[in-house]
Design a protein. Structure first.
Length: 206
């Protein structure tokens, strides 16, 4: 029997997963578990929902692993499946499906001036915060806005892709992104000001 704890070659690990070797599947699952769970939690507020989606995603990974052609990173391939599984859950679950209904209301608020891949004007301020702090702020965004922000800013989907995935208009997707950036800018600026005040007080106390 092959001892998988000695195998460092990802190609061999994938080949054993293709053969439905349970030891190899366990190694692969444990290798990417934390990273993929973090992705699920960015899209789904409930840890219970995130765990359900993650398990379903890995079932898809193992059933489709023959399709992985080593043309990109294995992690990137798995990540795409996890994101799509999260979106499937959002589209099908009754607790989530109503958050994208107001498709035609946003044009009345004006069209956001949005350029694909434009640098966020709060990115410099965000450097003063930890990744955990920023992701916590993302989790506080309104549900639909949070999903669009995750897809566009963090996972590099284009507005056209987001619109197709979530059955939205492109205009609605851009509105949600503009709204997310506005809210994130406010949250980040407030957090940075608070840190600066605390630092100033600490300096004076010394």
């Amino acid at each position: 029997m092959v001892k998988f704890y000695n195998i460092l070659n990802e190609k061999d690990l994938v080949e054993q997963c293709v053969r439905h070797n349970s030891n190899a599947q366990t190694v692969l699952y444990n290798k990417y578990l934390q990273k993929m769970m973090a992705i699920c939690l960015r899209y789904l507020k409930s840890e219970e929902d995130a765990s359900e989606v993650l398990n379903n995603a890995f079932l898809k990974v193992f059933s489709k692993i023959k399709q992985y052609k080593s043309e990109g990173s294995l992690e990137g391939w798995i990540k795409r499946i996890v994101i799509n599984s999260s979106l499937d859950f959002i589209r099908s679950n009754k607790e989530y499906k109503n958050i994208f209904i107001l498709t035609n209301e946003f044009p009345s608020y004006g069209s956001p001036d949005e350029t694909d891949h434009a640098a966020d004007d709060f990115s410099v301020a965000a450097l003063h915060l930890s990744q955990e702090e920023v992701f916590e702020m993302v989790g506080e965004l309104p549900p639909a806005t949070r999903v669009v922000f995750n897809l566009y800013v963090i996972d590099d989907f284009a507005h056209k892709e987001i619109a197709q995935q979530l059955n939205l208009s492109v205009g609605t997707s851009t509105w949600h992104l503009s709204n997310a950036r506005k809210l994130m800018k406010e949250k980040i600026n407030q957090a940075v000001l608070k840190k600066n005040k605390n630092f100033s007080y600490g300096t004076k106390a010394e």
